[in-house]
Every structure is written in C-alpha cells, then in structure tokens.
Design a protein around this ligand. Structure first.
Ligand SMILES: Nc1ncnc2c1ncn2[C@@H]1O[C@H](COP(=O)(O)OP(=O)(O)OC[C@H]2O[C@@H]([n+]3cccc(C(=O)O)c3)[C@H](O)[C@@H]2O)[C@@H](O)[C@H]1O
Ligand SMILES: Nc1ncnc2c1ncn2[C@@H]1O[C@H](COP(=O)(O)OP(=O)(O)OP(=O)(O)O)[C@@H](O)[C@H]1O
Ligand SMILES: [Mg+2]
Length: 276
C-alpha cells in the first residue's frame, strides 16, 4: 500500500486507500462477515450502535453482507451518552432498515454501583461497568436469537489497548479490526455513511466530555501513522520522527500503550502444566 512511498523523504505519508483498494476492502470485509456468520451456524448478527463511526461503518458493511433482516442493533444509553449521539444511533438503524431496540442501561449499572458505592465515583471503573453491561446485553440477544456479536474495534484501538477488557472487546469477530482509524473514516464515506457521522469526534462516552484523542494524548492521524510506520512497519524511532514530524515523546507514548496492553490481546495466562 504505502510501504514504498514512506521510504522517500519527500513523499507525504498517509494511509489512505485508492478507490480500487476501497472496493477491495469493502468486498473483503463483507465476505468475512458472511463467512463468519455461516461458519458459526448463526442466523445473523447483533451489534451495539453508538452513533460513532466504528459501529456505523460495521453496521453498513454487515447489512451489505447479511441483508437488513439479519442484523439486530442495540442502542444502549447511559447518563454519559450525549442525546444527539443516541439519536444518531437510532438514525443509523432507521437508515439501514434494521431491527433495533433502545435499552436504557443506567438502571442496570446502578445496581452494580450500589454494591460498591465508593467505586461509583471512579469514572473509569464506572465507565467500564457501562461498557461491560452492553456486552452482557449483546450476548443475551445473541444467545436467544442464534446470532453472533459483531465487534467494532479498529486496528489503532486494538494495538493500543484502547478498549475495555471483556467489554467492547467481548465479541465474536472484528470486521474492521485491520483498518486504522483514518481508513475507517475513508471506507465509511465510500460506502455512503453521511458526512456528519464520518466527521464526528471519536468518544467512548464512558463519562461526559471524554474524547479518544484527549485521553490518548495524540490525534488519530498521528497515532495511525506511528503505528503503521514504527510498530507495524520497519522505521526506527528517529526515522519515524523525521518522516512524520512527530516528537520522540509521542512515539514513546504509542510504544508504551502497545506494550502495556499486551495482556488485553492474549488469553489469560495459567501456570504451565507441572510434570510431577
Ligand atoms: N499486566 C496485566 N496483566 C494482566 N491483567 C492486567 C494487567 N494490567 C491490568 N490488567 C487488568 O486489566 C484491567 C484494566 O483494563 P480495563 O478493565 O480494560 O480498563 P482500562 O484499560 O483501565 O480502561 C479502559 C480504557 O479503554 C478505553 N475505552 C474503553 C471502551 C471503549 C473505548 C472506545 O474507544 O470507545 C475506549 C477507556 O477510555 C480506557 O482508556 C485491570 O483492572 C486488571 O484487571
Ligand atoms: N451507547 C451505546 N449504545 C450501544 N452501543 C454502544 C454505545 N456506546 C458504545 N457502544 C458500542 O461500543 C463500541 C465501541 O465504542 P467506540 O466509541 O470505540 O466506537 P464508536 O462509537 O462506534 O466510534 P467512535 O470511535 O467514532 O466513537 C461501539 O462501536 C458500539 O458498538
Ligand atoms: Mg464512540
């Protein structure tokens, strides 16, 4: 894709696809969704709709793959969700013509908060309860309707561990899991996602005012590029700094996110078998 360009000092670096590559990715991902549902012997899929670009693109591709009658969307507001995001999420379901339900998760989360009131004020711990509650509901529907749960994670999130362990990562497959964030936006525009959704500020909405880029400490464009060139790619730290115009600290930050989140990407370890 860009592996040759990036070796030239004057070539501007971006991860964007050509039109031909966009079509190839669209085909590849829809085939993946169709094959994964079929291999599971499932009757379709379920996914959480947040109004954000990752779930919106995944839903668009899933409808192409499975047909609108085989996708069930769950819109699951908590007090941390902006109302316009939740109406965008419903709008996506209506635009696609899929079955969807709105499930208020605040009362469910409150029962958890009541058990440890001192933890309820910890916005990260409480935010993760919202995220994991959605996972329980996704699987409730999947079990009952013989569906699989579609994940919405992208490559930048997966590599940096920017997800809740056994929360939004608790899924059966990740159709857009190999796309960096800027490629997610580009493919979304390509398959007809309305521009205002493509350009929305990414947020986990675990507490109000949270944004991905604020919490991660760098923009997705910088994060994607550092991942692609330095972590996934062959460039040294100094070459990455030179090519991208980022700082050494930004490269170090990304490397430390990747290394520190390895536990989220592997099966929980157990002691090796003891031969006694
Ligand atoms: N080295 C290690 N080996 C094994 N396990 C380890 C561990 N370090 C922590 N752990 C375990 O992992 C837990 C921490 O991980 P976790 O519970 O996930 O929590 P944590 O990583 O602290 O928080 C989740 C992060 O993901 C972000 N997020 C979540 C959901 C959606 C999105 C989004 O993009 O929309 C983003 C969220 O904003 C936050 O930055 C610890 O409490 C501990 O149980
Ligand atoms: N309020 C919600 N209702 C239903 N599902 C949700 C809600 N909030 C989050 N999710 C699920 O969790 C996933 C992870 O959230 P994340 O914020 O990473 O993705 P997104 O909202 O689709 O895109 P963006 O990164 O642009 O905000 C969502 O894609 C969606 O499947
Ligand atoms: Mg979001």
């Amino acid at each position: 894709m860009t592996s040759v360009d990036v070796l030239s000092e004057d070539a501007p670096f971006d991860l964007l696809f050509s039109d031909e590559e966009l079509e190839a990715h669209r085909e590849h991902i829809t085939t993946f969704i169709e094959d994964t549902v079929e291999a599971a012997g499932a009757d379709g899929a379920v996914l959480g709709l947040s109004g954000g670009i990752d779930s919106t693109l995944t839903a668009f591709l899933a409808v192409e793959a499975l047909g609108k009658e085989n996708l069930h969307g769950l819109v699951m507001p908590s007090v941390a969700n902006a109302e316009d995001m939740m109406s965008d999420a419903e709008g996506v379901a209506e635009m696609l013509g899929i079955e969807y339900d709105v499930v208020e998760i605040q009362p469910i989360a409150e029962t958890f908060f009541d058990t440890f009131p001192e933890a309820a004020d910890d916005r990260m711990a409480a935010g993760n309860v919202y995220v994991r509650t959605r996972a329980v509901l996704n699987y409730f529907v999947a079990n009952h309707e013989n569906r699989i749960v579609l994940g919405t994670g992208n490559r930048a999130e997966a590599m940096t561990g920017y997800f809740t362990k056994y929360g939004d990562q608790a899924v059966d497959c990740n159709p857009i899991g190999n796309l960096y964030k800027q490629q997610v936006r580009q493919l979304a525009a390509h398959v007809g996602v309305p521009e205002e959704l493509v350009l929305q500020t990414p947020s986990a909405e675990m507490w109000s005012g949270q944004t991905d880029e604020g919490e991660l400490g760098l923009t997705y464009d910088a994060l994607d590029a550092i991942l692609a060139l330095h972590v996934d790619g062959p460039l040294s730290k100094s070459a990455t700094v030179r090519h991208l115009g980022v700082t050494e600290e930004q490269v170090d930050r990304v490397v430390s996110l990747v290394e520190g989140s390895a536990h989220k990407r592997s099966m929980p370890p157990a002691p090796s078998a003891l031969d006694v």
